[in-house]
Design a protein around this ligand. Structure first.
Ligand SMILES: [Zn+2]
Ligand SMILES: [Zn+2]
Length: 412
């Protein structure tokens, strides 16, 4: 089969992988890339495809699917949780595009999201889909609840991982290797290893305790999908006044509605009960007195987190606890490096303590190597990374390693 990345091979974001077989085409992911203060970026235009297989809801994997459906009327394959959360993110992208004046660049609207739902085909672990002379089989990918990787059975067997985590987290079970000839694998963390998970979790709990005991507020900016829920689980036994705000509240509802995608729904329900959700203006007033507030956006580029941060910015007893990736040019990165954030009223100095914790939902360098070994592939295609070379060095000799650029066509 012929394979071509339409985007996202040599960078994290706007992923799209086109597969041609027997004269028919299918797509894996069709995402967008969002950089602060820049218009969203998309994969290259797609030819007609019969279907798009989406691994999970994060926008770098799903965010351009409404455009693809608009252009090609293709079917959309993913599971029910992914579809729920992805449409929440589509509507949010439309809202943001409107407010930033990028509507013509995003080029989809509420009607196109409806079109995605019309073309949606529920596709879950346990199902098999024959398409384009191939058979597609989903497997658990770890990463976030509902994330699945796709085994593509044709002349050879190819595994497309999407985003991958191999260790168990509080929310999900880690992915297990799948025997294949060709492994198309994400390499976000090539060249980097995580500290032991239990250590990061214990450190976060301890630091939150310290901040609250000294009379401060612990502000935890979190991405709405996955990270917020993981942090809620990690902190659920602390005896404090804890609140959640932002779009993650809706995701919490989706997770409890679809318990099968979670590692332990009882734990998650128990965690959810420990936090007050901000649903009204009066609740937000109360949340401003919270001891712990978990809220979007994860990189402090807008969202409710900015209200809480403005309240606390001069309070050296309070702390901002970063638990996720902070992109270049993001407010979160600026806060960490320069102790300042950009607000509608200009640059503001923040006196709160700023801390960083590694709670990544991606496999690290060594975990990627172990996973690759476990799959026994002949060819390894590295993607979804701006640092693929460091992983390639450790694979050279044992495997045929491919690092295609977006736009290159190759055979698998
Ligand atoms: Zn992801
Ligand atoms: Zn990703």
């Amino acid at each position: 089969m012929k394979v071509k990345f339409l985007g996202g091979a040599e960078i994290v974001g706007k992923l799209g992988m086109l597969v041609e077989n027997n004269g028919a085409s299918i797509m894996f992911e069709y995402g967008l890339r969002l950089i602060k203060k820049e218009p969203p970026q998309f994969p290259m235009e797609s030819p007609r495809v019969e279907g798009v297989f989406v691994t999970h809801s994060h926008l770098d994997h799903s965010g351009a699917v409404p455009r693809l459906v608009q252009d090609t009327d293709c079917d959309v394959y993913c599971n029910d949780l992914t579809m729920d959360v992805a449409s929440l993110l589509f509507f949010d992208s439309i809202k943001i595009a409107k407010s930033e004046g990028y509507e013509n660049i995003l080029r989809y609207n509420d009607g196109d999201v409806k079109h995605v739902w019309q073309n949606y085909r529920s596709f879950d672990v346990g199902d098999v889909k024959p398409i384009a002379g191939l058979e597609i089989v989903p497997h658990n990918a770890g990463h976030i609840p509902g994330a699945q990787m796709y085994e593509v059975k044709g002349h050879d067997t190819t595994l497309f991982t999407g985003d991958l985590h191999t260790a168990n987290t509080r929310l999900t079970y880690g992915a297990k290797p799948v025997e294949c000839d060709n492994l198309v694998i994400e390499a976000t963390y090539a060249g980097r290893n995580h500290p032991p998970r239990e250590k990061s979790e214990a450190l976060l709990q301890q630091k939150v305790r310290e901040v609250v005991e000294r009379g401060g507020t612990a502000i935890i900016p979190c991405f709405a999908v996955g990270r917020m829920q993981e942090v809620m689980l990690i902190l659920k036994d602390l005896p404090y006044d804890m609140w959640v705000d932002g779009m993650g509240k809706t995701v919490n509802g989706y997770y409890t509605d679809r318990p099968d995608y979670l590692r332990n729904i009882k734990e998650f329900k128990a965690a959810k009960r420990r936090y007050n959700p901000v649903r009204t203006a009066s609740a937000r007033e109360k949340a401003r007195q919270a001891q712990v507030i978990i809220t979007t956006s994860g990189m402090l580029d807008g969202g409710p987190v900015m209200h809480y941060l403005m309240d606390q910015k001069d309070n050296a007893k309070s702390a901002v606890m970063m638990v996720g990736y902070q992109a270049e040019n993001s407010n979160g990165r600026m806060l960490r490096e320069r102790g300042m954030v950009d607000t509608p009223d200009g640059l503001m100095k923040v006196s709160c303590e700023v801390m960083t914790f590694d709670l990544s939902a991606h496999a690290d360098h060594d975990q990627l190597l172990d996973f690759i070994k476990g799959c026994h592939p002949e060819k390894v295609v590295l993607m979804h990374s701006d640092n693929r070379e460091e992983l390639a060095q450790d694979l050279e000799g044992d495997y045929e390693v491919l690092m295609p650029m977006s736009g290159d066509t190759f055979e698998l």
